[in-house]
Design a binder for this molecule. Structure first.
Ligand SMILES: *Cc1c(COP(=O)(O)O)cnc(C)c1O
Length: 260
């Protein structure tokens, strides 16, 4: 079957309008926050989190609003969607990652832009080595996931375990030619995201920023690590505290169905 534009999953007209409005509203809020805080808006990127939402929703934003960065949480779902949708979409994997899924991720999605939940050397190595086996494959941007709230159910390296963060950062830098260390990612605790008001700092975001400065200093990097933090209910505060990548799902796509 040839792939022409007609093969892509079109949204209904109503859905197209709804998604466009929601997306535009987020852009507007981002601009309000950056200008009020004297932040260069070019330093803040929006990733639209489309997990458990239909491919037609993604195609709608791609076609009618020129969106090309989308985040997904489940490897199998991402593989299916990547097959159905335009090849110039940049896919961000933001879900919790198991070592045995790294190969599928790196070999079955040519246009995988980033993996944002790396927390062990084993996962970095697996992702790198399997990607390296694909001729002419692009490098994958990676973010190290940091557990900034020390909640036991959260994945990521605990923020005060700097030694482990440095070890993993060096491994990616020195031993993983197919990976590009891009920055650090966190999911703030629900409590901190809802309790911080306009004048109050979010301690999780502060912790991530502190880790970033420590890693930059210790590794003598000649580039700045990017901060990947902020979701629907806390992205304003995340931007104020220096976020470079916000991941917004429900404020754009609406409530998600339960994962079965
Ligand atoms: C689902 C998810 C998001 C989006 O969350 P919303 O609250 O719907 O904006 C962002 N980041 C991660 C890691 C997620 O799993």
């Amino acid at each position: 079957m040839s792939s022409s534009a007609a093969d892509y999953p079109e949204p209904t007209p109503d859905r197209q309008v709804e998604l466009g409005e929601n997306y535009t509203q987020i852009l507007k809020e981002m601009t309000q926050v950056t200008s009020a805080s004297n932040i260069d808006s070019n330093d803040v990127h929006l990733v639209c989190v489309s997990k458990l939402k239909p491919a037609s929703d993604i195609y709608s934003l791609y076609k009618y609003n020129n969106v090309c960065h989308f985040g997904e949480n489940y490897v199998q779902e991402l593989i299916e969607k990547a097959k159905l949708l335009p090849k110039d979409i940049n896919w961000h994997f933001i879900g919790s990652l198991q070592t045995n899924k790294c190969k599928d991720l790196s070999t079955r999605i040519p246009n995988l832009y980033s993996v944002e939940t790396i927390d062990t050397i084993k996962k970095a190595k697996k992702l790198n080595d399997t990607r390296a086996n694909i001729p002419d494959s692009s490098t994958i941007n990676v973010f190290i996931q940091i557990n900034t709230s020390s909640e036991s159910q959260k994945s990521g390296i605990v923020f005060n375990d700097l030694e482990t963060v440095l070890e993993l950062s060096k491994f990616i830098q020195n031993e993983c030619p197919k990976l590009q260390l891009k920055g650090l990612m966190t999911i703030g605790s629900f409590l901190n995201s809802t309790s911080s008001n306009d004048n109050e700092i979010n301690q999780d975001f502060q912790n991530l920023s502190d880790v970033k400065h420590s890693v930059e200093k210790a590794l003598g990097l000649d580039f700045k690590l990017q901060l990947n933090m902020g979701m629907s209910n806390d992205f304003h505060q995340a931007i104020k505290q220096g976020s470079n990548y916000i991941r917004v799902g429900s404020n754009i796509f609406g409530q998600r169905p339960k994962k079965n």
